[in-house]
Design a protein around this ligand. Structure first.
Ligand code: HEC
Ligand code: HEC
Length: 206
């Protein structure tokens, strides 16, 4: 094998589950409301996508199986319930099947296998519910630091970069493996859109 071929093979063997992304916030007020609203529309396409929303579910604490690879949208099979802990501590821990892997051991998740990432698999906190909510509802929620765990728009973007850097859920959403449809756009574009929306003053359509 020529050196070039070896490099290419290594790049293929290590899925891009640990992604580097840049958080470069534009100056507040430097983005127009129209451009901010357009950026929000793309942010909504991502956060409402099954690869993200299946975990960002409501107070019944039940993850969703939705998206093209699942056919009809339905609740997670096998009577899985995350409980108030949101990680299944009260019942079967999510990590019993969604085993937490070392970042260097991350591999593509196969079809119908439980996705496994470098974090302990769990639902997002209930105040970050996106599944089943409208664009306007999620916009108002993400624009209000009292409902984002105190994160403003820059901190939301930093969370995305940080999670992806550690091989977490966000990175997985764009590289889900197993024939699952990835979230639209890509991580860097999503971060840039969150920042553009924020610099426009977090506008939400009326
Ligand atoms: C395995 C379940 C899971 C998946 C899949 C998932 N998330 Fe999350 N998400 C979480 C958890 C858990 C938290 C809470 C982390 C924290 O607050 O530190 C969270 C928090 C967040 C936050 C912070 C929300 C806020 O309002 O402060 C953002 C932004 C986010 N996720 C984006 C995404 C995106 C984008 C995707 C898809 C590409 C995604 N998540 C997929 C579990 C998930
Ligand atoms: C008994 C094993 C098992 C347990 C326990 C389990 N899961 Fe799963 N989970 C699976 C399998 C298998 C799949 C993939 C199904 C498929 O692709 O057909 C899956 C898929 C998912 C998905 C969908 C991911 C996607 O494709 O968008 C989410 C979300 C999820 N699980 C969340 C959880 C949460 C949260 C818990 C803990 C409360 C949990 N799971 C506990 C086996 C399990």
């Amino acid at each position: 094998m020529k050196p070039f071929a070896i490099v290419a093979a290594l790049a293929l063997a290590g899925p891009a589950l640990a992604e580097q992304a840049v958080v470069a916030p534009p100056e507040a007020g430097s983005v127009s409301r129209a451009d901010g609203l357009a950026a929000w529309d793309r942010v909504y396409e991502v956060v409402s996508h099954p690869r993200c929303a299946n975990c960002h579910v409501g107070p019944d604490n039940i993850p969703m199986w939705s998206g093209p690879s699942y056919g009809t949208a339905r609740k997670h099979g096998m009577n899985i319930n995350a409980g108030e802990s949101r990680m299944g501590a009260e019942y079967v821990p999510c990590a019993a099947c969604h085993v937490q892997r070392a970042q260097e051991d991350l591999a593509d998740n196969g079809p119908n296998e439980p996705p496994q990432v470098a974090l302990a698999w769990q639902l997002a906190p209930v105040e970050f519910q996106w599944f089943g909510k409208t664009s306007a509802e999620i916009c108002a929620q993400m624009a209000d630091p009292e409902r984002t765990g105190g994160r403003d728009w820059v901190a939301l973007a930093e969370h995305l970069a940080e999670d992806a850097h550690h091989g977490g859920f966000v990175a997985w959403g764009w590289n889900p493996g197993g024939g699952r449809e990835p979230a639209p756009y890509d991580l860097q574009r999503h971060i840039d859109d969150v920042l553009a929306w924020g610099a426009a003053g977090t506008p939400c359509a009326d």
